[in-house]
Design a binder for this molecule. Structure first.
Ligand code: ADP
Length: 333
């Protein structure tokens, strides 16, 4: 039988999951787990680069686990683990750091963004974030990485590090590629039209999978609109295009089409569109929220999942690390 492609991805435990995490990443995890060998992780080490205060870490790890499972991730199918429970990650990170150059790391747009956001904590971990991410992926010699559009450039860096390693020490790593079932990687826009939805920024413009129904309605109704188009078939301003994009994600196709038609013939009422979007969003989020709440406090269950996941991940990691050490020449005796 042909060997299944290997899939790897992770989410940082830095807060509640939001619609961007779901449509950019988790939705793909749930589909991929039945078709591939999958490793999914809670990226707690990555979280330390931006969230040095660990008082909320355990709670956040439990949330990410519970919310992924509530979305349909099945820990019996995929290895679902915590990054720090697989210490081989840190070992590979160290070797890859020797192949990553300061100049290319400093140029990474996400690094520049983070320097802007936390000028008083520009730590080396922040700079080498793409190297740790490459280690997560290459540790399982994964080729498919389900992520949102914001991660596209990091994947290119992972490929560079893999190719550099292969070139210097011998062919160990296949090239990893960002993956989405649709044609393109997804970017779920924030409700205020400024950038992407994100866990830690702009909480009122982000829809969380834990938001209560009333809060979802409030956030959607507050989204920016205008008095509507005056010329038929005109181009949509960004903030209106974003509302349509959100609607495409959660509403029925004929509902979206009705509002598209209304927009094109200048009869659209944005108030009605947002009411519809809010109700469809509530119908989408409420079942996930309720399921996650039930799982989140079941410590015994979550611990079992993490242990089982770490065992599967370590087995895969140890095979790779044996190859890596031999290739580098670190197998003296
Ligand atoms: P965040 O940026 O919210 O802290 P993470 O860095 O933990 O999220 O990313 C977890 C996954 O969610 C990644 O695959 C990332 O590409 C995806 N993701 C995050 N925000 C969005 C978004 N707004 N649209 C699409 N995908 C996203």
């Amino acid at each position: 039988m042909e060997k299944q492609a290997i899939v790897m991805s992770g989410i940082r435990p830095t807060g509640f999951l939001h619609l961007g995490n779901y449509f950019g990443a988790v939705r793909n995890y749930v589909r991929m787990q039945s078709e591939y060998t999958c490793y999914f992780m809670v990226a707690d080490l990555h979280a330390l680069t931006t969230h040095p205060d660990t008082s909320e870490l355990k709670k956040n790890v439990s949330r990410v686990l519970a919310e992924n499972i509530a979305c349909g991730l099945n820990p019996d199918k995929a290895a679902f683990y915590c990054q720090s429970h697989v210490p081989e990650t840190s070992e590979l990170y160290l070797y890859l750091n020797m192949l990553a150059y300061k100049g290319e790391l400093e140029k990474t747009p996400t690094f520049k963004d983070k320097v802007r956001l936390q000028p008083d904590n520009v730590n080396a971990g922040l700079l080498t974030y793409p190297v740790l991410q490459a280690a997560d992926i290459l540790l399982h010699r994964a080729t498919l990485v389900p992520v949102g559009k914001d991660q596209e450039q990091h994947l290119e860096m992972s490929r560079n590090f893999a190719n550099r390693f292969n070139h210097r020490y011998g062919e160990i790593f296949p090239e990893p590629h960002a993956f989405n079932y649709g044609d393109e990687l997804i970017k779920v826009p924030s409700l205020d039209g400024a950038g992407k939805m994100s866990k830690s920024e702009n909480q009122y413009a982000t829809l969380y999978l834990s938001d209560e129904d009333e809060l979802i309605r409030k956030k959607v109704m507050k989204a920016k609109t205008d008095s509507g188009p005056t010329t038929p078939n005109s181009e949509k301003p960004d903030y209106i295009a974003n509302l349509f994009l959100l609607m495409e994600l959660v509403s029925a196709p004929d509902v979206t089409k009705k509002f598209e038609d209304d927009f094109n013939n200048c009869t659209i009422r944005y108030g009605d569109m947002k009411k519809q979007l809010a109700e469809d969003m509530v119908a989408f989020i409420a079942p996930v929220r309720e399921k996650a709440e039930a799982i989140r406090n079941d410590e015994k269950y979550l611990k079992e999942i993490m242990e089982k996941g770490a065992a599967k991940a370590r087995a895969s990691a140890q095979v790779t690390m044996a190859l890596v050490k031999e290739a580098i020449g670190l197998n003296y005796y």
